[in-house]
Ligand binder design. Structure first.
Ligand SMILES: Cc1cc2nc3c(=O)[nH]c(=O)nc-3n(C[C@H](O)[C@H](O)[C@H](O)COP(=O)(O)OP(=O)(O)OC[C@H]3O[C@@H](n4cnc5c(N)ncnc54)[C@H](O)[C@@H]3O)c2cc1C
Length: 390
């Protein structure tokens, strides 16, 4: 079989590209259904974009690479598309847009757009080998039979390594390497951090926090678990964390503990420090920290001592033992090096006709709809470039 464009991966980016790549487009995927990560995303409601998406919300070896695609297919373009399909949505928090009803509506939207464009899709199809000799020759197995598809354009859209149980394989990296494209070492991102048994007594505590790990600070909820730390602020910071580094937790991001303690000393100086702290922080956490806190009444603590205590609680330094890894990571950091790609078209600079989009590329968004926006923008950029006859 001969096609103009063969897309490997019927996820968010692959389906978006298929809807724009023009005639004679085939998408193949080994999964039973397309867009499985879309279906489970955002607790089943898909956080499909973010009102405030901009390049600063993405991590990449080249912080400028994503600018072209994000500015030419923006969050407003995707919101228009969602509106044109009559899908109701709402902003949950921090510009994060979710379907009112179900993430399946976004999968249906993409399938409808693909149908409108005349793109074909083969599911439950394994990708056995890829070669290039003027054209791309891809050997596939479908219904137990081996088939060769030749294509002028090949788009790598098989995503990253996160959540192997959902079909993630890292295939795009292997094909990219086969064609001599460099990789930025992939690693899990948006992932809970582990601390052995350290926080077992705190499991279940959630609190507002501000967390940073060698990058921007994120002010959102943190959650203590049996294995360590999770919650949005921790997931965000995890994308900036590397093994062995410390993270910094501010346990009271919205209020100065020094001011609170000083005020309490004036009005209730005979109260113990821990009693007063328990009014502002979860009591179980204060008990946990108790060994490190003076056993004095507030009246006995100087300004300098209160400032020292407050400072520790606003800058709690912790060294994670590790992360939960690809098993639970929402995304994969790193991937196909952006230096090897044209930022306007996603085409490989040294292999005309080969494109890479979505999570397979070294562009990773923050938590909050940014990763889907990258999938839409990069998929659109590759698809429209092919349709325009690049
Ligand atoms: C639990 C979870 C929740 C998430 N929630 C959100 C959210 O709400 N908002 C957000 O912006 N981002 C979210 N993300 C991230 C988002 O899902 C991804 O960044 C996005 O799906 C990447 O799109 P993609 O098309 O590049 O890859 P994917 O969507 O992963 O698609 C890749 C496709 O390739 C196929 N494939 C892989 N290997 C092979 C192979 N060897 N042969 C054939 N086919 C193959 C897969 O089956 C899959 O269909 C979430 C991720 C997870 C895991």
């Amino acid at each position: 079989m001969q096609v103009n464009t063969l897309i490997l991966g019927a996820g968010a980016a692959g389906m978006m590209a298929a809807a724009h790549a023009g005639p004679s487009t085939l998408v193949v995927d080994h999964a039973r259904a397309p867009g499985e990560k879309i279906r489970i995303s955002g607790g089943g409601r898909c956080n499909f974009t973010n009102l405030y998406a901009e390049p600063a919300n993405f991590i990449s070896g080249n912080p400028h690479f994503m600018k072209s695609a994000l500015s030419r297919y923006t969050q407003w373009d995707f919101i228009d598309l969602v509106n044109s399909h009559g899908i109701a949505w709402h902003e949950k928090t921090l510009g994060q847009l979710f379907c009112d009803d179900s993430a399946r509506q976004i999968v249906a939207l993409l399938r409808a757009e693909m149908d409108r464009a005349g793109a074909q899709m083969w599911l439950q199809t394994s990708i056995d080998s890829v070669t290039h000799d003027g054209e791309f020759r891809v050997t596939l197995t479908r219904d137990g039979r081996s088939t060769v598809v030749t294509a002028h354009h090949l788009i790598l859209a098989t995503g990253g390594k996160s959540i192997p149980k959902m079909g993630a394989t890292g295939l795009a990296y292997r094909i990219a390497e086969q064609f001599g494209l460099p990789l930025v070492t992939p690693r899990p991102g948006l992932v809970p951090l582990t601390f052995g048994d350290t926080f077992k007594p705190l499991a279940g505590i959630a609190l507002p926090s501000r967390i940073s790990a060698n990058g921007p600070a994120f002010t959102e909820a943190a959650l203590f678990t049996h294995r360590g730390l999770s919650g949005p602020a921790v997931l965000q910071a995890s994308s900036y964390w590397t093994e062995g580094e410390t993270i910094t937790l501010d346990l009271s991001p919205d209020a100065s503990l020094f001011d609170l303690l000083k005020t309490a000393r004036q009005t209730a100086g005979r109260r113990s420090l821990t009693t007063v702290l328990s009014q502002h922080l979860p009591a179980r956490l204060v008990v946990y920290l108790d060994d490190d806190l003076p056993k004095s009444n507030l009246a006995d603590l100087s300004d300098a001592k209160l400032a020292q205590i407050a400072d520790r609680l606003h800058h709690w330094q912790l060294t994670p033992a590790g992360s939960e890894g690809y098993r639970t990571a929402e995304v994969t950091l790193g991937g196909i090096d952006t230096d090897a790609l044209n930022s306007a078209t996603m085409e490989a600079k040294t292999v005309p006709g080969l494109f890479a989009i979505g999570e397979a590329v070294d562009v990773t968004g923050w938590l909050g709809g940014y990763n889907f926006q990258w999938a839409w923008s990069s998929g659109w950029a590759a698809g429209t470039a092919i349709a325009a006859g690049c």
